[in-house]
Design a protein around this ligand. Sequence first.
Ligand code: SF4
Ligand code: SF4
Length: 223
Amino acid sequence: MERNVSLNEISDGKLYDLNDLVKADCNECKGCFACCQGMGNSIMLDPLDIYRLLINLNITFAELIADKIELNIVDGIIMPNLKMNGLSERCSFLNEEGRCGIHAFRPGICRLFPLGRYYENHAFKYFLQVHECKKQNKTKIKVRKWIDTPDLKKNEQFVIDWHYFLQELQNLVKGTQDEKLMKDMNMYILKNFYITPYDAKIDFYLQFNERLGSAKEYVAENL
Ligand code: SF4
Ligand code: SF4
């Protein structure tokens, strides 16, 4: 989800690259799980997040959506997000000890936090959200170490491709009032990127790129 706020209001005013040091390290959160509850539908999941969840939990999309995630329409496009449960709205994966039960394969937004991404000219940089993490006295850490993501080059290209594809789709959707078309398009997006299983023996990014190519053709033909 994009937010139309001034970067200076929410950050320290700097943009960071992978090798930069940033004051984001909350030292394993020790006793805090503030950003794992009460987050509404803001922790959105991209196709890689869903792929990792399905593979590591060894379940189907139908099983995942039964109680762990939910679907919402964001700027006209259907998107999965982590489900918050109960009165205190705890993330479905937050365990009894207040720790993340899926730390090794937590979603991309959880890996980043309290960093965010600032997109410009088909690229992005990282920024530090200064009002979000409750922990005081955070220490400096390299961005690449903080986000702890394998295959970083491929991952960053995937993030860019997915972001700009969604942005293009959202702009196209703004221009149509055709409800059936919108419904069909959202069903296609859901099936193509999330529900149809990926092959765990083949590189995820390769499979995503093929699906992205097909989706672009679908959009060109239908919207
Ligand atoms: S608010 Fe900061 S310290 Fe607390 S759980 Fe989130 S990242 Fe960790
Ligand atoms: S997936 Fe883990 S890190 Fe992310 S919100 Fe849930 S409990 Fe917190």
